[in-house]
Design a binder for this molecule. Structure first.
Ligand code: ADP
Length: 313
């Protein structure tokens, strides 16, 4: 269901889409050219109007803006760790670079920064005028929280310290890039919230395995993006199905189709699935993102990257 644009008076000109499902109204709004105060005022007016519509219990406003310059940030999140968020992030970055984009990747996973390993580099970034210069590896520019601490040091940062370190990564010298993938810390707490507010991604990708527990967390992640007005570009289902390399039989260790069903239920796009693959894990551990190779995994990541691009506002 959609809402009648005429309800919003002059603000209707900025409405790009409306949707009403299960009491939640989602408004996508073009905020191009508006300052912070005007955006807030616009959001408040839209929310008040939508709330007055019968059957609306909650209103989410997603602000988009066409920026003349500057890279587009795409956040990659997951409600919990271990679902393959970092693996998907780096391979999306490499696949986007192969599609001709100038790509950066910010590894903001304070609990387990893995991009230096996934990209096979131990190079430290230099700083110029206190601004970090990303390292360039495998066709992408990268800054990782793992480059700011010695390897193997568990990060026991408290919220404000973590947020400060992450801000340094976001404010690095990203000139020359047009897309930046942000590998978020897993979970939906204050650190994630402040990073999203600070980096203002144009959209978010949520990674989940097909199983129920992981999907409950994915729903939380989608809620977090809703609350921070970041449009969800879609869900990627990872570790979906396993083909035995010996007998060729397919099985579904983590269930099957769960993420696609959940995406449909939540009204967000389903971007595709990646199978559980021993070679994908081995290549990842060896610092060779499969998206940079030639096999079926490279084709799968290319398709996913195209699906993400198709959803960009
Ligand atoms: P997260 O960032 O969500 O914590 P990672 O990307 O670090 O997860 O992945 C966790 C582990 O699972 C890594 O060892 C990674 O190589 C492995 N992995 C991720 N996706 C797959 C997959 N599709 N098939 C096999 N192994 C995978």
């Amino acid at each position: 269901m959609t809402l009648d644009p005429s309800l919003f008076g002059a603000d209707a000109a900025r409405l790009r889409s409306t949707r009403l499902a299960q009491g939640v109204a989602t408004l996508v709004v073009d905020a191009t050219g508006l300052g912070e105060a005007e955006r807030s005022a616009l959001e408040a007016r839209l929310k008040a109007t939508a709330m007055s519509v019968e059957g609306v219990a909650e209103v989410r406003v997603a602000m988009t803006a066409s920026k003349a310059a500057g890279p587009k940030l795409i956040a990659v999140g997951a409600g919990k760790g271990g679902v393959g968020k970092s693996t998907v992030s780096v391979n999306l970055a490499v696949a986007l670079a192969r599609l001709g984009h100038k790509v950066g990747i910010i590894d903001a996973d304070i609990y387990g920064p893995s991009q230096p390993t996934l990209l096979g580099t131990s190079e430290r970034p230099e700083a110029r005028d206190k601004q970090l210069i990303p390292v360039e590896v495998q066709g992408v520019k990268m800054l990782s929280v793992g480059q700011l601490v010695s390897p193997g040091h568990a990060l026991a940062w408290r919220g404000p310290m973590a947020s400060g370190a992450l801000a340094q990564l976001v404010e690095g010298d990203w000139s020359g890039t047009d897309i930046i993938i942000v590998d978020l810390p897993p979970g939906t707490g204050d650190v994630q919230l402040s990073l999203i507010q600070k980096s203002r991604p144009v959209g978010a990708v949520v990674v989940s395995t097909p199983q129920d527990l992981s999907l409950i967390d994915a729903r939380r992640a989608i809620d977090l993006f809703g609350k921070t007005s970041v449009p969800v570009l879609g869900i990627i289902e990872n570790m979906a199905g396993y083909q035995c390399p010996h007998c060729g039989e397919s099985s579904d260790p983590f269930g099957s189709g769960g993420a696609e069903a959940a995406a449909a239920e939540m009204g967000v796009p389903f971007l595709g699935r990646l199978p559980l693959s021993a070679s994908l894990r081995a290549d990842s551990d060896a610092g060779r993102p499969p998206a940079g190779g030639e096999g079926p995994a490279a084709a799968a990541f290319r398709t996913l990257a195209e699906a993400v691009l198709a959803q960009l506002p």
